[in-house]
Ligand binder design. Structure first.
Ligand code: ADP
Ligand code: ARG
Length: 320
């Protein structure tokens, strides 16, 4: 998307620009320059990046979040009673699990490519102190990455709960600095409510469980996010919604997915075309940039900006 949208004219317009915290064009596009198999290839270093480099980011955002115009206002709806998504597979024949996450960044800190170790640590402290007060279904424990033994970390990754280490796209965007300091995962005993701290975004708030009860997963996420809104102020603008370091995660910051067995559909010649038509994105069984196994795919909503959270989940439900 960067290659398509950074035309010679746009390049001339933005090549010498810089945000007040020093984010350059080179910093924004380095991940895609290093990783030529990128689908998107840009990251924003701070809130101002989206304004200062709008000649590049604006068209790219409209390209990814089909139907959204950069001048539009972004809507929000986290009322689970507005969702119509009854379990599509109550017998558990196809859907292994359901997961919905949102990305968030705290106001007052840069986005991750320009964050500092002090910033990461301050965020970790602030977030974990608040999470420690959560009760009931949201009660859990924080596990910092630093000091976690390899086997425990690897098991959490293999079981789909924890982010992976050494992502080359994040590395080239400057997001893996001082790893693993300041990073960690909070979760309840059942691992149905989880919060990733200081990965690609400062926070990833996650609700997940086995099976296809999308409504229950969404309801838990609504409860978690509404509780977190009382504790934190997140970076947010009227037209871009919640801000994120990657433009694909703007708006709702939401990716709602199912792990679903579709060996025949995925082998169909028109699989990609059908996914595009329904605004869904297939990923491998171990998440983005991973291969799949046994015809099980991670199917999720592709658009996250210009439509509400309820509509994002609805996109995944309709497509799946
Ligand atoms: P993100 O969800 O933040 O965009 P990834 O695509 O890397 O990032 O996914 C993160 C992890 O979540 C991976 O281990 C992936 O397999 C897991 N995951 C995603 N969707 C589901 C799901 N529906 N059920 C179980 N695990 C899932
Ligand atoms: N930068 C990577 C690419 O262009 C990932 C883009 C979307 N995913 C993400 N995790 N932000 O392929």
């Amino acid at each position: 998307l960067r290659k398509k949208n950074l035309t010679p004219a746009v390049f001339e317009q933005v090549k010498d620009r810089k945000t007040s915290s020093g984010v350059t064009l080179k910093a924004c596009i380095n991940s895609g320059l290093v990783n030529t198999d990128s689908g998107v290839g840009v990251y924003a270093g701070d809130e101002e990046t989206y304004k200062v480099f709008e000649p590049l980011f604006g068209p790219l955002i409209e390209d990814y979040h089909k139907g959204f115009k950069i001048t539009d206002k972004h809507p929000s709806d986290m009322d689970e009673s507005h969702l119509t998504a009854p379990n599509p597979d109550p017998e558990g024949k196809y859907i292994l699990s359901t997961r919905i996450r949102v990305a968030r960044n705290l106001r007052g800190y840069p986005l991750q490519p320009t964050n500092t170790l002090d910033g990461l640590k301050a965020i970790e402290k602030k977030v974990t102190e608040s999470l420690a007060t959560f009760e009931g279904e949201l009660k859990g424990t924080y596990y910092p990455l630093q000091g976690m033994d390899e086997a425990t970390a690897q098991k959490l990754i293999d079981d789909h709960f924890l982010f992976k280490k050494g992502d080359r796209f994040l590395e080239a965007a400057g997001i893996n600095q001082a790893w693993p300091e300041g990073r960690g995962i909070f979760h309840d005993d059942a691992k149905t409510f989880l919060v990733w701290v200081n990965e690609e975004d400062q926070l990833r708030i996650i609700s997940m469980q086995n099976g296809g009860d999308i409504g229950a997963v969404f309801a838990r996420l609504c409860k978690a996010v509404n509780t977190m809104n009382k504790h934190f102020e997140f970076q947010h603008t009227e037209n871009l919604g919640y801000l994120s370091s990657c433009p694909t995660n703007l708006g709702t910051g939401m990716r709602a997915s199912v792990h679903i067995k579709i060996p025949n559909a995925s082998a169909h010649a028109d699989f990609k075309k059908i996914c595009d038509e329904y605004h869904i994105q297939p990923r491998g069984i171990h998440g983005e940039h991973s291969e799949t196994a046994g015809g099980v795919y991670d199917i999720s909503n592709k658009r996250r900006l210009g439509l509400s959270e309820v509509q994002c989940v609805q996109d995944m439900f309709n497509g799946g």
